[in-house]
Design a protein around this ligand. Structure first.
Ligand code: ADP
Ligand code: F6P
Length: 324
């Protein structure tokens, strides 16, 4: 029989994502409702190593569900990537009586949680990243808000692009993952979508598409380019020179990571936060909360991290057919 959890810690780590606050609120309020104490760890694993740890109460998470970012702050910690750092982190958890830890973040943060679990700290991961690049889950906190923010911005760029009969290259976030680019590409009716997982650097194909569309009377040409491919400004110069079509680059950047979370992000994050606490209360550890096959489920952290996520070939083909 696993020892009963008395104190639950919660931290956010890696890139922030809209909806993280809703998850924190759910962790705090569910844990308190189950009679547990809650400690908030500031600035991810770096804050853990610096012992930036505070007690959390019900009212401390009041009026945060609608706020973007994370009230706990987040960071990337090199020190925690070392074995020494991880041992220090586990010792600090023990020192502060944290016998269960909820980690809200992406793959990297889950690797940290895996290490802590191996050192005897009960850990549960909640997928929080705008990139949607966690293989075991169909949903990650923040993706819905990020794609809606990007979609609205791209609509605006398209208005001016059409008026001037230009080509617009719009760069969206996603260093390794093209989900934001793919979803915006479909939602904004882009003519071309460049994904880190698929782009073959065939710029001539883009040039040919622009020339063909011009001949067919199209007044705009939207290319959604993922951050992982980047170089939007130089690409724009080359495309303009080759096609004679005025071309501009717009980099949407971090506006995609901020802002008030959508209803979906608030609700899914709330349920995942409660689910994580329930797992700890049931004596479970080393699990990742996920939404898969239309249900909230959980996976062993080792299995979850071994899974590979790829872009759906079918969805990518649909985007190409619709953009022609
Ligand atoms: P994300 O969680 O969004 O993928 P990162 O990859 O930046 O973001 O990871 C966040 C933090 O998690 C890192 O700064 C580091 O402290 C910790 N982390 C990442 N990878 C590992 C690892 N292999 N072992 C231990 N900790 C890790
Ligand atoms: O949080 C995910 C993400 O926004 C990626 O899409 C992006 O590549 C990365 O974080 C950028 O992180 P930062 O600007 O914080 O270094």
């Amino acid at each position: 029989m696993a020892k009963e959890i008395k104190t639950i810690g919660v931290l956010t780590s890696g890139g922030d994502a809209p909806g993280m606050n809703a998850a924190i609120r759910a962790v705090v309020r569910t844990a308190l409702a189950r009679g547990k104490q809650v400690r908030g760890i500031m600035k991810g694993y770096q804050g853990l190593l610096n012992e930036e740890i505070e007690d959390m109460e019900k009212m401390g998470v009041s009026s945060i569900i609608q706020r973007g970012g994370t009230i706990l702050g987040t960071a990337r910690s090199m020190e925690f990537k070392t074995e020494e750092g991880q041992k220090k982190g586990a010792d600090i958890c023990r020192k502060h009586g944290i016998d269960g830890l909820v980690v809200i973040g992406g793959d990297g943060s889950f690797r940290g949680a895996q290490r802590l679990a191996n050192l005897g700290i009960n850990t549960i991961g909640i997928p929080g990243t705008i990139d949607l690049d966690i293989a075991c889950t169909d949903y990650t906190i923040g993706f819905d808000t990020a794609v809606n923010t990007a979609m609205q911005a791209i609509d605006k760029v398209r208005d001016t692009s059409t008026s001037h009969e230009r080509c617009s290259i719009i760069e969206v976030m996603g260093r390794h993952a093209g989900y934001i680019a793919l979803w915006c590409g479909i939602a904004n009716g882009a003519e071309d979508i460049l994904l880190p997982e698929r782009y073959d650097n065939d710029e001539q194909a883009l040039i040919n598409n622009i020339i063909r569309n011009r001949k067919n009377g199209k007044k705009h040409h939207i290319i959604i380019n993922a951050e992982g491919i980047g170089h939007s400004a130089s690409m724009a110069r080359r495309i303009e020179a080759a096609t004679g079509v005025e071309t501009r680059a717009t980099i949407l950047g971090h506006i995609q990571r901020g802002g008030s979370p959508t209803c979906k992000d608030r609700v899914y994050a709330s349920i995942m936060g409660s689910y994580a606490v329930d797992l700890l209360c049931e004596g479970k550890s080393k699990r990742i909360v996920a939404y898969a096959g239309g249900k909230y489920v959980d996976f062993d952290i080792n299995e979850a991290l071994a899974m590979k996520k790829d872009i759906s070939e079918y969805q990518f083909n649909v985007s190409k057919i619709l953009g022609r």
